[in-house]
Write a protein that binds this ligand. Structure first.
Ligand code: H79
Length: 468
């Protein structure tokens, strides 16, 4: 008996130790993420089959919303899964492209608003294994490839909106826009009465049933079957209840180091980081909370065959530098097609960004925000060690006289070089603390030239509050 009690006490105590080890602080969980700065978003699903067109018409708006925008009946949408046959899917090359672009993590749509699961699931037949010719889990091999290349893998999961699994919610018609459907007047009247739904099949179950029988079990599967999951990226809390949010949140204990965003339910479920979408916040609007800007390369998240409106690599690199200078992360999207291929333009952009990052990445990874805010000619990031501070000035627009002026720098200058090739740069500091760096004529990178300045001690700038 005594022995049994002893064993029980031992089991209890070792359980405590394990629990204590698992309780990571937020700073511990966020460390890699704060250093990473740059990640890849992947929006992939059955919407890559219609690719922005339905019944011979181009449907406006973002591609992954086509079912909702065009009010496609569930049964009809589901037939398109037969053409979702990504025979060219090569997750190794995806992970490698992310790695070569300088990205440190990937977040992929395990399930978007159309409810289609890219993974094997017992909770719904509407998934890649049961509903397509392809018939294989798409996330498992991606998880392996990410591990191989040292990329962290996160899952996007649309927890509330689900237009195919009965009971899932649906966003209401926006006030300013009509739906891109010829029968929109009739449909508008219907959706008003039916919480945004447009097909009776969507209402065969309640929201609570959908949460208990689809969302919670699927999140459990995602957090159990794929090894380490770095991020859970919730989206659009339409019709979420506190009860549903609590159930979903409790699944996160399956991954003690996981990071989550602020989109599970508002308010009361702030998660770890904010998620400005398609925009970079102004410094004055930042409150110290971690944040990540997610952005498309063209005008859509999910593949649209005719959207070639891509941002330039220059704009995207400068976005990354702008974001890093404000202390945030950049999650840049790729929308693969129904064969499993990245659009040509995206591949090209990733390669060009990678080429720049290979030379200049030091100015991005593991950096903190600019002590000055913005400059008219560019941006700044910083790194502090015990007794010195490294400043990375990203020059977007070379001042005509070749003089880079940084006000309010009282620190002793240890060195000033071009990050790209180590060229030493002349500097002078006026009595008032105006640092002038003489820029070379040559070796100027049209995307952004990084001037690396190392100074003694910590940097305190009075002007930081002015340049927001
Ligand atoms: O996954 C991506 C988007 O599908 C998702 N979040 C990013 C990361 C998202 N869901 N909702 N929104 C973004 C807000 C935008 C809604 C819009 Fe629309 C969709 C604007 C145009 C199409 C809804 C439908 C409002 C108007 C029509």
């Amino acid at each position: 008996m005594k022995k049994t009690i002893g064993v029980l006490i031992f089991i209890f105590l070792s359980g405590q130790v394990i629990t204590a080890q698992k309780a990571l602080t937020k700073d511990q969980r966020m460390q890699w993420w704060r250093e990473a700065r740059f990640g890849m978003f992947i929006h992939w699903g059955v919407y890559s089959v219609p690719a922005g067109s339905w019944n011979g018409r181009q449907i406006g708006g973002i591609g992954e919303w086509i079912m909702n925008r065009a009010k496609i009946p569930a049964a009809e949408y589901q037939t398109m899964a037969k053409q979702f046959n990504p025979v060219n899917y090569d997750p190794d090359s995806w992970a490698k492209m992310a790695k070569d672009a300088g990205m440190k993590y990937i977040v992929i749509t395990a399930k978007h608003h159309d409810g289609f699961a890219l993974f094997e699931t017992k909770a719904s037949k509407w998934n890649v294994v049961d509903a397509t010719m392809y018939g294989k889990d798409l996330l498992k091999p991606l998880a392996e490839a990410c591990k191989k290349y040292g990329i962290k893998l996160g899952f996007y999961y649309s927890q509330a909106q689900d237009w195919n699994n009965p009971g899932g919610s649906a966003a209401r018609k926006p006030t300013s826009e009509g739906w891109a459907n010829p029968d929109s007047v009739t449909i508008d009247a219907y959706t008003k009465e039916h919480k945004g739904h447009w097909d009776p099949a969507q209402e065969m179950k309640t929201f609570a049933q959908y949460i208990d029988n689809v969302a919670v079990p699927q999140v459990k599967e995602l957090l159990t079957n794929y090894g380490d999951v770095a991020v859970l990226w919730w989206d659009t809390p339409t019709d979420m209840t506190n009860e549903a949010a609590t159930k979903l949140k409790s699944q996160l204990t399956l991954q003690p180091a996981i990071i989550t965003n602020d989109r599970l339910k508002r308010p009361n479920f702030p998660g770890d980081h904010k998620t400005p979408e398609q925009r970079i916040p102004n410094i004055k609007d930042l409150d110290g909370t971690d944040w990540e800007t997610c952005m498309t390369m063209n005008g859509t998240w999910g593949f649209k065959s005719y959207d070639h409106n891509y941002k330039t690599p220059e704009t995207l690199i400068r976005n990354l530098l702008d974001i890093a200078s404000k202390g945030g992360n950049f999650l840049l999207n790729v929308g693969p097609d129904n064969l499993g291929e990245f659009p040509k333009e995206s591949i090209d952009i990733l390669a060009k960004m990678g080429k720049w990052m290979k030379v200049n990445g030091e100015a991005v990874y593991g950096t903190k925000a600019s002590p000055w805010g913005l400059f008219t000619w560019g941006r700044c990031t910083s790194k502090e060690t015990k007794d010195r501070t490294t400043l990375y000035f990203s020059v977007f627009d070379r001042p005509e006289d070749g003089k880079l002026e940084i006000p309010d720098l009282k620190n002793n200058i240890i060195s000033a070089v071009l990050l790209a090739n180590g060229t030493k740069l002349k500097t002078s500091v006026s009595k008032s603390g105006l640092l002038t760096v003489i820029l070379p004529y040559k070796a100027f990178d049209p995307i952004a030239t990084i001037v690396k300045v190392v100074v003694k001690g910590k940097v305190n700038s009075k002007t930081s509050s002015k340049n927001k």
